[in-house]
Design a protein around this ligand. Structure first.
Ligand SMILES: *[C@@H]1O[C@H](CO)[C@@H](O)[C@H](O)[C@H]1NC(C)=O
Ligand SMILES: *[C@@H]1O[C@H](CO)[C@@H](O)[C@H](O)[C@H]1NC(C)=O
Length: 401
């Protein structure tokens, strides 16, 4: 401590009068919740993930969506691309992403140089900035159509992306897989008889070998709604909506299924096992129920959609497994976050959202979300707040010392 009157400039400012200390301390107290929000949101997160599709021209900005998702305590998001605006808007939130390489880009990825370039451009800068990306999907539902060139390219493209991750020092940090439509199944009931469609079999043998060797999940898009829509007279609504019902027994295993989603997942497990693999995890990369449809799309109502999502949410948050694997919680991504007005096809396609683009809920999904009315805090502003908070902490510490 400098001696008084030594003539040197004092290193400490004169003590502030008490009111100003109090004001500073109160201000700090007000900012504390903002600082802690991220950690609370992650600690308390839901298990269920959500698909953030963007085939629309009226969606809110990614910054607002990041607030919406955190207000819902959602911490797993699946994208169909690697939208840099989304990945940036979620920096520092702890939300983990599945990003996608679109079908149109899959054939090119077979080239190692192209795969590396894609990762350098779309993934590496975000990972460096702190984004959490746990999985890349190479193509979506490629066996649904009949583009045989695309189908033949998927596995080589996945291998190429996997090797490129290794070359970038990212091995083990990001899974590489693709998402399948349930059309890939030839037999899906009873679940124990589950088998892949013969047309897809030649590809799937090697494909499963890759997933097993790299410990990546098998992603499947499951819509019990389609089964109901195709045959509403014979498919009981209670069975597809997770409502109380007698269920259906699998005659080979004796296991009883009280909902179609779990039966579909177990059929996929059986089909995988029939090809010799027991170590590949099945994840439901999409499931949902439309709140509206065309006249020939029975069951597409807000009431049914709400029942489906609420009941699904309850089971997933209870960490339920399927009858075949009761101890393994099912990983599920709900489709979708918003109604997407530019999706082609029947009306149902544009009405799978939990929310309208203005942030109002389409139905009671059992989880509430808040879309801030405008861009409240951008990333830049967040950083300013953090800096400001640090300065405030420093000055409070200083003043009180
Ligand atoms: C592809 O599928 C469409 C519709 O299912 C069909 O009309 C078309 O003939 C098929 N093309 C080939 C090359 O198989
Ligand atoms: C990759 O997938 C496996 C199997 O689903 C999972 O256990 C693992 O956590 C995933 N890796 C990452 C980085 O998320």
């Amino acid at each position: 401590m400098a001696a008084a009157g030594s003539g040197r400039p004092s290193r400490t400012a004169p003590p502030a009068p008490l009111p100003s200390k109090l004001i500073t301390a109160c201000f700090f107290a007000l900012l504390l919740p903002i600082l802690l929000t991220e950690e609370v949101a992650v600690a308390d997160a839901l298990s269920i993930g959500v698909n953030y599709g963007q085939i629309a021209n009226n969606l809110p900005s990614p910054a607002r969506v990041s607030w919406l998702l955190r207000s819902m305590r959602i911490s797993k998001v699946k994208l169909y691309d690697a939208d840099p605006n989304v990945l940036r808007a979620f920096l520092g939130t702890g939300v983990e992403f599945v990003v996608g390489i679109g079908n149109e880009a899959v054939p090119a990825m077979v080239s190692p140089a192209a795969a590396q370039a894609w990762l350098q451009q779309h993934l590496v800068p975000h990972l460096r900035a702190g984004a959490r990306v746990t999985c890349v999907t190479v193509g979506n539902e490629v066996f649904k159509g009949n583009d045989t060139a695309l189908q033949a390219a998927v596995l080589p493209a996945m291998e190429s992306v996997h090797r490129a991750l290794g070359a970038l020092g990212l091995q083990g940090r990001v899974n590489v897989t693709t998402a399948h439509s349930l059309d890939i199944m030839g037999v899906s009931f009873p679940p124990s008889a589950g088998a892949f469609h013969p047309a897809a079999l030649p590809h799937l043998q090697l494909f499963l070998g890759f997933l097993s060797a790299t410990r990546a999940p098998f992603l499947i898009n499951c819509y019990p709604y389609f089964a109901y829509k195709d045959d509403p007279a014979r498919v009981p609504l209670e069975y597809v909506l997770f409502q109380p019902n007698a269920g259906v027994a699998d005659p080979h295993t004796g296991l009883r299924y009280d909902n179609m989603l779990y039966a579909q997942v177990d059929a996929v497990y059986a089909a995988i096992q029939a090809l010799g693999h027991t170590d590949v995890e099945v994840v439901v990369s999409e499931t949902g129920w439309p709140s509206r449809g065309d006249p020939d799309e029975p069951g597409a109502t807000p009431e049914n959609a709400g029942t489906y999502i609420r009941n699904l949410l309850q089971r997933i948050e209870a960490k339920q497994g399927t009858p075949l694997r009761p101890a393994a919680p099912v990983g599920v991504y709900v489709f979708a976050l918003f109604n997407e007005n530019l999706k082609p096809g029947p009306a149902s396609e544009r009405n799978y959202g939990l929310f309208y683009p203005d942030g109002s809920p389409v139905y009671n999904a059992g989880v509430h979300g808040y879309l801030p009315p405008m861009l409240v805090v951008s990333n830049a502003a967040r950083q300013v707040i953090h800096l400001f908070t640090l300065v405030t902490i420093a000055s409070v510490t200083f003043v009180l010392s």
